[in-house]
Design a protein around this ligand. Structure first.
Ligand SMILES: *Cc1c(COP(=O)(O)O)cnc(C)c1O
Length: 393
């Protein structure tokens, strides 16, 4: 079912990718399982194989469940069309493989998600792609690093671990002067709080594992392309045999329905938690672009419609037993990877890898995800854990 563009995104979240009339009246699109799709006649079989109609011929190209999620996410992101992948990282790497070939130059922000950096430095370099990192806060000055053979300029805003907001429109302008593609990891804001295609992005990635699934029970990625990037993305996805399982797709569709309600609560709790942590004497700095005073605040206000519940906190240097006391006394925050689920997390981060702008902070770096618990309880739990640090001050 196509949802008219005049509806706002909360309405899209509820209705997109649903077609009860095609599924015996069922409100939700079922989890279709299948590889083989049978045809009733030779003519029907031949029509299923027509170019531009791949979804009709084989399960690897998708089922009604796949299409439901792809059309819903493409509409939310504001792009032309989307494809699903078995993880967020697979969506990132296959999008890059769709666009890059040997001899190309590709630019990545120094603040990029660690595994994306790892892929660029191992696989892309091995393929003969010239990989270069840039200062995430560079803005229009990226023009000096863009070359005639620059094919991809990757953006992730705010950056993983350190939350630098990027001037995506200015970077896109410089990239498009040499016809490079702007590829964005838009997981932090989700399409609700950042509209990538309105800001010059050509291909936008969601690690749906995070807020879209929202319940820490599935891994999934979605890549959405504009018309210019779509053919290349679709070809590469098919060439690599990328697909996602029906149960994970179903869970992502279910997560979408409540995405806006959840995200607004993550935003609110994340702000209150960040503000309360910023006032604690053991905290050196809170890295949250929606806090006035954060270096990314003005760009965040200009380009984003909201903030998610993920931010980082740089603590004052403390010895190891202090950090143990802090983590072991947290009752509501789990220690674990990923984020975007209903439950709060607090993760000790390694010092960020940097090629361009060194990370100078010497104390521990924490990544905090504000979940859907009572915010008062979260603030109390965090404050009492931070208080445990004070005896080492
Ligand atoms: C988690 C994450 C990914 C990768 O998603 P997976 O589903 O875990 O592979 C990509 N980008 C960002 C910013 C992430 O946080």
């Amino acid at each position: 079912m196509e949802i008219p563009h005049s509806f706002e995104c909360e309405t899209h979240l509820v209705h997109a990718g649903r077609d009860p009339a095609s599924h015996a009246g069922m409100v939700n699109t079922p989890a279709f399982r299948g590889s083989t799709i049978l045809s009733n006649s030779l003519t029907e079989w031949e029509s299923r194989k027509l170019p531009g109609n791949p979804y009709a011929s084989y399960g690897r190209f998708g089922t009604p469940t796949t299409r439901a999620l792809e059309t819903a996410v493409a509409a939310l992101e504001g792009g032309h069309n989307a494809l699903v992948f078995p993880s967020g990282l697979a969506a990132v790497t296959h999008s890059l493989l769709a666009l890059l070939r040997s001899g190309d130059h590709a630019l990545f922000p120094d603040s990029v998600y660690g595994p994306t950096r790892g892929f660029a430095r191992s696989v892309l370099l091995r393929m003969g792609v010239d990989v270069e990192f840039y200062d995430p806060c560079i803005g229009a000055d990226i023009a000096a690093q863009v070359r005639p053979n620059t094919r991809v300029v990757f953006v992730e805003s705010p950056g993983s671990a350190t939350f630098e907001v990027q001037d995506v429109p200015a970077i896109a302008l410089a990239a498009h002067r040499v016809d490079a593609f702007v590829v964005m990891d838009n997981t932090w804001a989700s399409p609700l709080f950042f509209q990538p295609f309105e800001h010059g992005v050509d291909l936008s990635i969601q690690a749906a594992t995070k807020y879209i699934v929202g319940h820490s029970d599935a891994l999934l990625g979605v890549a959405t392309a504009n018309e210019r990037a779509w053919g290349l993305l679709q070809q590469a996805t098919h060439d690599f045999g990328q697909t996602a399982g029906p149960d994970d797709l179903y869970l992502a569709l279910r997560g979408l329905r409540s995405l806006s309600v959840r995200l607004h609560r993550h935003w609110e709790s994340g702000m209150l938690l960040a503000e309360s942590m910023a006032r604690h004497p053991m905290v050196e700095r809170v890295l949250h672009p929606a806090l006035p005073g954060d270096p990314g605040y003005s760009l965040w206000r200009r380009d984003f419609k909201g903030a998610s519940g993920l931010f980082a906190v740089a603590l004052r240097p403390v010895p190891r037993p202090a950090l143990e006391a802090f983590f072991d006394s947290l009752e509501l925050f789990g220690i674990g990877l990923s984020w975007g689920g209903y439950e709060s997390l607090c993760l000790p981060m390694d010092a960020p890898t940097r090629n361009v702008r060194p990370w100078t902070h010497t104390g521990p770096l924490l990544r905090v995800h504000a979940g859907l618990e009572s915010c008062n309880d979260l603030v109390r739990d965090m404050q009492s854990a931070l208080n445990r640090l004070q005896k080492w001050a």
